[in-house]
Design a protein around this ligand. Structure first.
Ligand SMILES: Nc1ncnc2c1ncn2[C@@H]1O[C@H](COP(=O)(O)OP(=O)(O)OP(=O)(O)O)[C@@H](O)[C@H]1O
Ligand SMILES: [Mg+2]
Length: 475
């Protein structure tokens, strides 16, 4: 059974744990929030004014702060910079009275995540809280993950917690220290070069050069001398002797990128160098011994290229001593929020702006998208979002057009190939209903009107399709 809640909110389907601090001077407000949040399962703590609140924040960890804007004495806005200094990662939702728009803008500038106006809508408040906590947990998870990966493997800047990536990184750690040749296969943008560098950095060769060459991008007549070097006078333009990349990479790692496009004549020479661990410079008379580790990458299926006669079978077997397959991003969607968070931090730093966060809508669109350009496409989307954004939040409108084009096509593609048309249609219907319900704040009458169907029909559909129906908010 597909997970209907996933379609509703990919980040924080049901966050109802967490320590919440409320700083508000009005006992009535504190009390009603306490009742609401405790019933939802949160661990609620309260302070009647700013200084007590600051002391509590200094003494303990909290997952979220609800901060009254209009505290007597030092206002919520005055407190905010001190809170942010103390707990930079803590999500803060401001509680404001109706009609204080100017102050709200100040609060958002001072680092508040969001605001809620009195009298608030319980469901909306809870949804905003869950979403803020979810986002900050993703950010925290990235920090932790980086720390662990760095400690365990000295892998820097490789993000991934999906089973597929975890297994891959374990294999990488295992094979990196050896001298074995490694063949990395993966679609464009999946991180082949990143993994090749990680292999080098986790090998005893780390202090020697890592040299990368895209063999398809070098003109054929220069490729041989680029790889193996030439002696003076070897050809007309060879006015001086030149070392090839095999020699430059001596003691280190030679990364042969896009190996599938290597001309067949060069393949024979590479094979020889790999087998003999010696090679001859162009125009040279004696062989040079070489100690390099070869890591090759391809985005085409080399076995097919062998069958088609475009790639030497013997070289294929020589290269594929160890095969690493990089999974496409669409098959490991749980990595999307982490990668997004990682790139948002990186590009905010690079552009010297405050950290940015994705709106729930934007993240949902990213979860639904198929990412044909994989991690590189996601990275570009996040860089673009950071550069174009004028506030802390990156909404749907700042994502590239292709992401918001067709949110339901994902449902089709996610289906297993053996699913019937009926199953696929049901899945699409389920997603459309869940999405609209959420947009209508779980108001079923409004949802039924939107789809121009009787309420009873909507009800039957929701039951049959097993759509999770949350408590209805205020109309
Ligand atoms: N797991 C990951 N964690 C963090 N960054 C990643 C990850 N995978 C890829 N990237 C980033 O995505 C971009 C593309 O990665 P890379 O160049 O290694 O991909 P590739 O498979 O070699 O692509 P191509 O086939 O187009 O050459 C790089 O900026 C890289 O740092
Ligand atoms: Mg590459």
């Amino acid at each position: 059974m597909p997970d209907a809640t996933l379609a509703v909110d990919p980040v924080s389907p049901m966050i109802n744990t967490g320590r919440i601090l409320i700083i508000d001077d009005e006992p009535g407000i504190r009390e009603s929030l306490e009742v609401l949040l405790t019933l939802e399962g949160f661990d609620v703590h309260m302070a009647p004014e700013g200084n007590t609140g600051l002391d509590m924040l200094a003494a303990d960890e909290y997952d979220l702060l609800l901060l009254d804007l209009a505290l007597p004495g030092e206002s919520g806005i005055d407190l905010l910079p001190r809170i942010k200094r103390l707990r930079p990662q803590l999500p803060v939702i401001m509680i404001t009275a109706y009609g204080t728009v100017g102050n709200v803008v100040d609060a958002l500038h001072a680092g508040a995540d969001n605001f809620v106006q009195k009298p608030w809508d319980n469901e909306k408040l809870l949804a905003d809280m869950r979403s803020a906590i979810g986002r900050s947990r993703s950010a925290e998870e990235v920090v932790q993950l980086k720390r662990t990966l760095k400690q365990r493997y000295s892998f820097e800047n490789i993000i991934g917690k999906s089973d597929a990536m975890t297994k891959l990184l374990e294999t990488v750690a295992q094979v990196a220290p050896s001298r074995s040749t490694i063949l990395i296969h993966g679609e464009s943008g999946t991180g082949k070069e990143l993994i090749a560098k990680a292999i080098h950095l986790n090998s005893p060769r780390r202090d020697k050069p890592f040299v990368a060459i895209n063999t398809g991008a070098v003109p054929v007549d220069l490729l041989e001398s680029t790889l193996f070097g030439h002696v003076k006078g070897a050809f007309t333009s060879a006015i001086a002797a030149k070392k090839g990349l095999f020699e430059v990479a001596s003691g280190g790692t030679l990364f042969l990128d896009e190996i599938g496009t290597m001309p067949i004549e060069t393949q024979a020479k590479i094979l020889r160098a790999l087998q003999e661990r010696r090679f001859m410079q162009v125009g040279g008379t004696s062989e040079i011994a070489v100690d390099v580790r070869i890591v090759a990458a391809t985005n085409v299926d080399l076995r097919q290229a062998v069958k088609d006669g475009r790639f030497r079978e013997d070289l294929y077997y020589r290269l594929s001593v160890i095969n690493l397959d990089l999974p496409p991003l669409r098959t490991r969607k749980e990595d999307i929020p982490l990668l997004a968070s990682h790139f948002l931090v990186r590009y905010a730093e690079e552009n010297e702006v405050d950290p940015r966060t994705l709106s729930p809508d934007a993240l949902r669109a990213m979860m639904d998208y198929e990412w044909p350009g994989n991690v590189r496409e996601l990275e570009n989307a996040m860089e673009r979002g950071v550069v174009l954004s004028t506030s802390q939040n990156i909404g749907l409108e700042l994502l590239p057009a292709q992401l918001i084009g067709n949110p339901y096509s994902a449902a089709l593609l996610e289906q297993k190939s053996d699913a019937s048309l009926f199953d696929i249609m049901e899945e699409i219907e389920r997603r459309i209903l869940a999405d609209r319900l959420e947009r209508c704040n779980w108001n079923q009458t409004e949802t039924a009107e939107f789809f121009k169907i009787p309420l009873s029909t909507l009800n039957q559909k929701l039951k049959r399709l097993n759509v999770e129906v949350k408590k209805r908010g205020r109309d």
